[in-house]
Design a binder for this molecule. Structure first.
Ligand code: HEC
Ligand code: HEC
Length: 255
């Protein structure tokens, strides 16, 4: 199991796997359980007499996507929550079109990544499988608040529910500056709330280390960002501005 920032152990009380969780992540964890049970929503709205949300397995209706995801889970985690502090990005709840585009782009070697490549080769991942696994992943909701448990919930149930909680530790930086740049330069594509849309990825709720690595790759021209190659919006920013943007993104996780 990975030691990731959102991973906590449940041992009768909330005991924390220290070293995995930053003080800011701790601050984000309420002392009392959250008022509202944090939800992995069932994929089908019809399932409204489902048991309490914390107990519902994600996306039971897409068996094919679920099966494929077992391979991905080795790196990206069972719920697509990523791991190793963003060495493996979160892919759960990412925009559907974006997921498909990226998988095709890895497969075509347009986006170069050695760990991902073998899993996206044509024989491993034809288009139908890309569609299925992307649909499965896009529907997984990772709560940003600690779940509320009933006395009857056993330790495993609690552990699994806690595993899905995704709280990115606050990044250092000038949030006000980050906000003003974001709301000027980024929101048109990535959304005012940072949750993306269509082919524009969600940035909020993604590991800071991973986002930093991607902005570096864009700035060096190793990964194309928008149409402009490495003369685009990210290249016009100072290093500190990027840091401030990342800080801002970690400050708006809870709508
Ligand atoms: C051996 C480890 C490994 C496996 C297995 C793996 N991935 Fe990845 N994946 C990575 C790494 C590492 C990255 C980050 C690449 C980078 O830094 O640019 C990544 C990136 C991604 C991205 C891009 C995320 C983003 O925000 O742009 C998607 C989508 C993705 N993987 C989906 C999958 C799917 C679906 C599977 C299973 C079919 C899978 N991965 C299997 C290691 C893996
Ligand atoms: C004109 C639209 C547009 C604007 C404006 C824009 N982006 Fe993007 N962004 C994209 C697209 C498209 C992608 C996906 C690129 C790809 O396919 O690799 C992306 C990807 C990203 C990623 C990688 C996400 C991941 O999961 O790998 C980061 C980080 C990012 N953008 C940051 C920003 C920031 C910060 C700003 C503002 C300074 C910004 N973007 C403005 C279109 C835009």
């Amino acid at each position: 199991m990975f030691c990731s920032p959102h991973r906590l152990l449940f041992l009768g009380a909330f005991s924390l796997a220290l070293g995995c969780v930053s003080p800011s992540a701790l601050a984000a964890a309420p002392k009392k359980p959250a008022a509202r049970p944090a939800a992995i929503k069932p994929a089908t709205p019809a399932a409204n007499e489902a048991p309490p949300v914390a107990l519902v397995p994600a996306n039971i209706d897409n068996e094919k996507g679920k099966d494929i995801n077992e391979v991905c889970a080795a790196c990206h985690g069972k719920y697509g929550q990523g791991g190793k502090r963003g060495e493996y990005p979160r892919i759960a709840g990412q925009r559907l079109t974006y997921l498909k585009d990226q998988l095709k782009s890895f497969r075509a070697r347009q986006r170069i990544n050695i760990p991902m490549y073998p899993y996206t080769q044509e024989r491993e991942l034809p288009d139908e499988d890309i569609d299925a696994v992307s649909e499965y992943l896009a529907k997984i909701e990772l709560p940003t608040q600690w779940p509320e448990f009933k006395d009857s919930d056993d330790a495993l149930t609690r552990l699994e529910a806690m595993d899905r909680v995704m709280i990115i530790p606050r990044a250092e930086g000038d949030i006000e500056n980050g906000k003003s740049i974001y709301q000027k330069e980024c929101y048109t594509c990535h959304g005012t709330d940072g949750r993306g849309r269509g082919r524009f990825p969600m940035l909020v709720g993604q590991y800071t280390n991973y986002l930093k690595k991607q902005t570096d790759a864009y700035r060096k021209g190793e990964r194309p960002h928008d149409e402009k190659g490495n003369t685009g919006v990210l290249n016009l920013l100072k290093e500190q501005d990027i840091q401030d943007l990342l800080a801002y993104l970690t400050s708006i996780q809870n709508p």
